[in-house]
Ligand binder design. Structure first.
Ligand SMILES: Cc1cc2nc3c(=O)[nH]c(=O)nc-3n(C[C@H](O)[C@H](O)[C@H](O)COP(=O)(O)OP(=O)(O)OC[C@H]3O[C@@H](n4cnc5c(N)ncnc54)[C@H](O)[C@@H]3O)c2cc1C
Length: 467
């Protein structure tokens, strides 16, 4: 018997460790570990729970079952291996430091009982260390990484295991509720979880929107991106399945422009892998700046400003729309993530770690690699980071990417009756004009031009360049 420990691979299809390890009957298991739950949050847990329910149904339809247990992973897996006479436990490789440390503890505990562990790369096409510079170093610049990633052959997706390979455990374990796990229900309405929802989303995106992706991906109102991020983060889709579909879409592309658009989408998948490699080789980036400055960056401490940012009450319409989309959907459009992250670090002058922590608690697609990569990019502390002197102007960003203020009006109801020019010129209005236009919407909490100068000075001091 082999236990397969599902973690961020909540699917039966295209799951390398599930199907490629040995011939023994497979007994699938999921562990709610308090050490992992300490870093969890309601939106992600709701999504995980729904995905587990779907996965369990899949196994049950094949007269097997997914065992779901609560407790510390080393103890629970050793207990289950003993109870079910399993001599092997398989799982997919983790890339974060915390995950790798936890897995080492599990391996050690199981080895004490003579149980073998099989850890298989699964979440990325190309594992860390396989795409390197000519000097065999991991890349710190995305564009070079992308060229190699793009040209490297990708493995095909894999079928699910046949029913004849699955064990039929006699015990049924209930799926705990969020309340059982000590969490409230999420405030946001989270996207549908589960492998079927994931495949549906992928099919839909690859049937047409992918051909306009390059054109629409920066317009939050167009909603032209794939929304596959929760599925990639929690593994309700395998990366090979995504890539197979994308390549089929490329073959079927009606013209060169559509083909180019597919390639733009592929380059986003490569960003995901790039940031996973960065995290793997630099585990400290979860809490530390990737890029070293001569002096500490003197981030401000301002609880009131942080609270306004979290609530979407900054008086900068595109920022507030993004922060409220996050509250409502546990998701935010990529362009707007860049804008709100820039606003937190370069306008409010607050530490990127504050923003990262909020995203960790509120995003359904949070994963340390992408989230950290995004934050450090915006804060000019990361690998390919935005240079410190290129500071987004939130008003210009709003005007450029949401010219008709459709996205803003969707998420900021106080501005629904207001015309686009007034919305994009909100910072220039007098107090009386603001009250006349939208009495319930706040005035800007900071002056962008002043803060821009302060941000430049802050970074120049960090670079040791200030007088
Ligand atoms: C401050 C900040 C925080 C972020 N936090 C996360 C996070 O916690 N989890 C997360 O998955 N993404 C994160 N991103 C990256 C990006 O915003 C999301 O992946 C994207 O918005 C998800 O929507 P989508 O699936 O429709 O993306 P699409 O545009 O359809 O892209 C397809 C997939 O490519 C990957 N991808 C796209 N853009 C990026 C990127 N810039 N970096 C890494 N991978 C990318 C994602 O897996 C995404 O699902 C963050 C970006 C920023 C600026």
């Amino acid at each position: 018997m082999r236990l397969h420990w599902h973690r961020t691979d909540l699917r039966p299809f295209d799951n390398r460790p599930l199907v490629t390890v040995g011939d023994d009957p497979i007994l699938p298991v999921y562990v709610f570990d308090p050490n992992v739950l300490a870093h969890a949050a309601p939106p992600r847990l709701a999504f995980i729970r729904e995905s587990l329910a779907a996965l369990r149904e899949w196994y049950r339809a094949r007269e097997s079952d997914l065992l779901v247990v609560r407790g510390e992973a080393p103890t629970e897996l050793a207990r289950l291996a003993d109870a079910h006479d399993a001599d092997t436990v398989s799982w997919a490789q983790a890339y974060s430091e915390l995950g790798r440390q936890r897995d080492a503890r599990v391996t050690e505990r199981l080895a004490d009982d003579g149980v073998e562990t099989r850890v298989v790369h699964d979440h990325l096409h190309h594992e860390p260390g396989s795409i390197t510079t000519n000097e065999d170093e991991p890349y710190s610049v995305y564009s070079y990484f992308w060229k190699k990633w793009r040209d490297r052959e990708k493995a095909d997706s894999l079928a699910a295991p046949g029913a004849d390979r699955l064990a039929n455990p006699s015990t049924e374990t209930p799926l705990p509720t969020l309340d059982d796990l000590g969490f409230d229900d999420p405030e946001a309405s989270t996207p549908a979880g589960g492998y079927e929802a994931a495949r549906h989303r992928l099919n839909e995106f690859c049937s047409a929107p992918i051909y306009r992706y390059a054109e629409t991906r920066d317009c939050p109102a167009a909603d032209g991106t794939s929304r596959l991020s929760p599925h990639l983060a929690h593994g309700t889709l395998g990366v090979r399945t995504v890539h197979d579909h994308v390549m089929r879409a490329r073959e079927a592309a009606p013209d060169d422009e559509a083909r180019e658009s597919v390639e733009t989408f592929r380059s986003q998948l490569a960003w995901r892998e790039f940031y996973h490699h960065v995290l793997y080789f630099n585990p400290e980036v979860v809490t530390e700046n990737y890029r070293e400055y001569e002096n500490d960056i003197e981030w401000r401490d301002d609880d009131e400003a942080l609270a306004a940012w979290k609530a979407g009450e900054t008086g900068y319409p595109i920022v507030d729309a993004g922060m409220r989309q996050l509250r409502r959907e546990a998701f935010m459009h990529n362009r707007v993530r860049m804008i709100v992250a820039s606003f937190l670090t370069k306008d409010l002058l607050l530490d990127w770690r504050e923003g990262y922590d909020w995203f960790r608690r509120t995003l359904v697609d949070h994963n340390p690699a992408n989230d950290n990569g995004g934050w450090q990019w915006a804060a000019s502390t990361g690998t390919d980071a935005q240079p410190y002197f290129r500071i987004f102007n939130p008003m210009t960003q709003g005007e450029r990417h949401d010219p008709d203020a459709e996205y803003i009006r969707e998420y900021v109801p106080e501005l629904r009756g207001v015309d686009s020019d007034t919305i994009h010129g909100w910072h220039e209005l007098s107090p009386d004009e603001r009250v006349a236009a939208a009495p319930d919407y706040p005035a800007p909490i900071v002056d962008h031009s002043e803060r821009r100068e302060q941000a430049l000075a802050m970074f120049e001091r960090a670079r040791g360049e200030a007088d």
